[in-house]
Design a protein around this ligand. Structure first.
Ligand code: DX5
Ligand code: ZN
Length: 221
C-alpha cells in the first residue's frame, strides 16, 4: 500500500486552526487524526465530537478518529462519522470488542482496532474479519511529545507477517506516537502504511508544515 499521512490535530495551532487546515489541504495530507480522550481510558482530555463537527464544516479531508475512551460502543452515537473516515477503538477499552467493531462496520466507516504497546498481536486472532486497519500505538496513548517504545518497531514487522498469514493481506497498519522523520523511515521498512504525524514531524517547532511534509514524505516513500 502507498504510504499515507494522518495529521495529528491535537498538535495543530489551535489559535490559527483554519490556516493549518488550509496548509494541510495544500500539502494533500490524507487524513486528519482526531484524538478523543475521556480521562478514564487515558489520563488526559483532548478533542471532542463538537470539534469534529466544526472541522468537518471547514474541510473535505477525511478524518481518522482515534477513540481513547472506555466502552466506545456506548458512545458512538455522539459522533458524526462519515463513510471516508477511519475510526479506531482500543482492544483494551471494552470487554466486548467484537461487538464494538461490528457496530462501527454497520455505521459504514473504515474499521480500525488500536493496540497499546504491550498488547500482543495474537489478541487479533478472532477479529481479522472485523477490521480494515490495525493502529499500533508506538507510545502509550494519552499525550503528544513522548518517546518511542522501541519494542513496537518489531511489532510492526511481526504484525505484517501475522496478517498476511491469516487472510489479512488487505488490512493496513497505522502507527501513532513519536513518528519522527527517522522513526517514520524505520516504521515504513517494518511495514507501516499510515503515519500519524504530530509534534515529532508535521507540527514540530522548528520548521513549517510544508517543510516538514517534504522531509516526512521522503522518509516514507
Ligand atoms: C496520541 C496522539 C499522539 C500524538 C502524536 O494518541 O496521537 O501520539 O498526537 O504526535 P507526537 O507523538 O509526534 O507528539
Ligand atoms: Zn492518536
Amino acid at each position: 500500500m502507498n504510504s499515507k499521512i494522518s495529521a495529528s490535530m491535537m498538535c495543530a495551532d489551535f489559535l490559527n486552526l483554519a490556516d493549518d487546515i488550509r496548509e494541510l489541504e495544500r500539502i494533500k495530507v490524507d487524513y486528519l487524526h482526531i484524538d478523543i480522550m475521556d480521562n478514564h481510558f487515558v489520563p488526559n482530555i483532548t478533542l471532542s465530537p463538537d470539534y469534529i463537527r466544526q472541522v468537518r464544516n471547514a474541510t473535505y479531508i477525511p478524518m481518522d478518529i482515534h477513540l481513547m475512551i472506555n466502552e466506545p460502543e456506548r458512545h458512538l452515537d455522539l459522533f458524526d462519522f462519515k463513510e471516508d473516515d477511519i475510526v479506531s477503538i482500543h482492544y483494551e477499552s471494552t470487554p466486548h470488542i467484537q461487538r464494538a467493531l461490528k457496530a462501527l462496520k454497520d455505521i459504514g466507516v473504515t474499521v480500525s482496532i488500536a493496540l497499546n504497546p504491550a498488547t500482543p498481536i495474537y489478541y487479533l486472532d478472532f477479529l481479522i474479519e472485523d477490521i480494515d486497519v490495525v493502529l499500533i500505538m508506538t507510545v502509550n496513548p494519552g499525550y503528544a511529545g513522548q518517546s518511542l517504545v522501541p519494542e513496537t518497531l518489531e511489532k510492526i514487522r511481526d504484525l505484517r507477517i501475522y496478517l498476511d498469514n491469516r487472510g489479512g493481506e488487505h488490512v493496513a497498519i497505522e502507527v501513532d506516537g513519536n513518528v519522527s522523520f527517522e522513526n517514520a523511515r524505520r516504521m515504513r521498512k517494518k511495514g507501516a502504511d499510515i503515519f500519524v504525524a504530530g509534534s515529532s514531524s508535521l507540527f514540530c517547532a522548528d520548521m513549517s508544515i510544508k517543510e516538514a511534509n517534504k522531509i516526512l514524505r521522503e522518509s516514507i516513500a
